[in-house]
Design a protein around this ligand. Structure first.
Ligand SMILES: OCc1cccc(Br)n1
Length: 456
């Protein structure tokens, strides 16, 4: 046994033999490629952002839901060449199942709606802030995970659903100090494109793949996509016609191109009229080049962008009425958007709108004069916490000056000091850092003094 013990100790650094510790391989302190640690100061920013997302969702009557970050890969194996399905963070688990970290939330939501379909009261207005993943070759050092605010409405076939979603998105922008001069939301309907494709004789089953290809046009030259479009049966004249309709930027143009009876023109007219009622017209821009890259969109699509044109899309969404059928379920109309946590922070930072105040530290820092008074300080801290006061209790002796410096750094309002002579008299010293006012109080009066909170 002793040999085994020594061998084990050798592994743990040979200390058992009293010899010099063997070289222990230093842990790599970085998180996995494409992921981020969230230290307290980062978490304060995240909580601020999510707090606004949650606040808007609840003010619009949306209910929060969640789903596993791990899903069956089959949820995402759509054959439409979308980037999001080509970068799945997928693998085979120990049970031989093909699974994937979710690249988006909508398929999980669709699965949940199908599972509960019979018991759901429609319309369903649900929101979630899931962490979503992609496995992108780290050529560009981009992130492999982000948090994405999802807002979805199920069971409403009219554009009132999209208007409500746009209203919520604009409400968020306004709450964080952005204006219509900073951010626009491009609005279109895939119906515009499919009506043109129909008039060009392109069969309906090619429309989705065409939209996914057309979406790539703002990221790559026409030549790079023309071949694939030709494979879908779009000769040059048809592609030219498509490009013309994508140039349209006003309803007059759309109606001239598609005819006044066009269903797509009708739904866009209705959406812009409702936007007027929400008071968000200044935020919206009709832009027929917008198709978005997700295959399952069937009608309206929209994306928020920074008007200075420096950043990638801030958020995106649209109508996806056929998603349940694609999962073998009964049709149910749906519309929603996804809003990532990366671009919005870049935009707010550019505009000087990130929250400045340090996070809300504890209200009071409590410390004992010396180690003998640690128990006393703990009693005081416990009594204040029982009254609902947040207390940062100093856990080991430290110079008084350092305790005050710490209190200022964490943004505490009070410092409560337990000193020997006062403690014998049943008192402690309470300093209000806002006014520097300091008083000795009986222990039993400290909580009410702090809760009164009035600046002396
Ligand atoms: O925007 C697409 C996407 C999906 C998952 C993770 C990240 Br980062 N980005």
């Amino acid at each position: 046994a002793s040999a085994a013990v020594l061998q084990d100790a050798e592994k743990r650094g040979g200390a058992a033999r009293g010899g010099p510790p063997a070289a222990v391989e230093k842990l790599d302190l970085k998180p996995p490629k494409g992921t981020r640690d969230v230290f307290p100061e980062d978490m304060r920013l995240r909580n601020w952002l999510f707090g606004h997302w949650r606040g808007v969702a609840s003010s619009f009557g949306f209910e929060e839901y969640d789903a596993p970050v791990l899903e069956s890969e089959s949820l995402y194996t759509r054959k439409s060449g979308e980037e999001v399905t080509q970068q799945l963070y997928c693998f085979e688990d120990k049970g031989g199942r093909r699974v994937s970290l979710r690249p988006e939330m909508t398929p999980s939501l669709a699965r949940m709606v199908m599972a509960k379909r019979k018991s759901l009261t429609l319309p369903v207005k649900w929101f979630s802030i899931p962490q979503c993943w992609r496995y992108e070759r780290m050529t560009r050092g981009r992130r492999r995970e982000h948090y994405q605010w999802n807002m979805d409405i199920w069971g409403v076939s009219g554009v009132a659903a999209e208007a409500e979603l746009l209203g919520a998105m604009v409400t968020f922008f306004e709450r964080v100090g952005l204006r219509a001069e900073d951010v626009g939301i491009r609005v279109n309907s895939r119906g515009v494109l499919t009506e043109v494709l129909h008039s060009l004789g392109v069969p309906g089953d090619k429309h989705t793949a065409t939209c996914v290809l057309v979406d790539k046009l703002d990221k790559m030259p026409l030549e790079a996509v023309a071949g694939d479009l030709a494979e879908l049966g779009l000769e040059e004249t048809s592609v030219k016609r498509l490009l013309e309709v994508m140039e349209l930027r006003d309803m007059g143009g759309v109606e001239a191109f598609l005819g006044k009876e066009s269903p797509a023109a009708e739904e866009l007219r209705k959406l812009f009229a409702l936007a007027e009622s929400y008071g968000i017209s200044d935020w919206l821009v009709l832009d027929c080049s917008v198709v978005r890259g997700l295959a399952y969109y069937t009608g309206t699509v929209f994306e928020a962008f920074d008007r200075r044109g420096k950043l990638r899309a801030i958020a995106g969404g649209g109508r996806y009425d056929a998603l349940l059928e694609s999962f073998g379920g009964e049709a149910l109309p749906a519309a929603g958007f996804g809003f990532g946590d990366a671009v919005i922070v870049e935009l707010l930072s550019d505009r000087g709108l990130l929250p400045k105040e340090a996070g809300p530290g504890a209200t009071a820092v409590v410390f004992g004069w010396d180690d003998e008074l640690q128990g006393a300080a703990t009693e005081v801290a416990a009594s204040l916490r029982r009254e609902g006061i947040s207390v940062d209790l100093v856990l080991q002796p430290r110079k008084t000056k350092a305790n005050f410096k710490h209190a200022t750094r964490v943004g505490a309002t009070y410092v409560v000091m337990v000193a020997p002579s006062e403690w014998e008299a049943g008192k402690v010293s309470v300093k209000d850092l806002r006014t520097s006012d300091q008083k000795e109080l009986p222990v039993g009066e400290v909580a009410s003094h702090i809760l009164a909170g009035d600046v002396a």
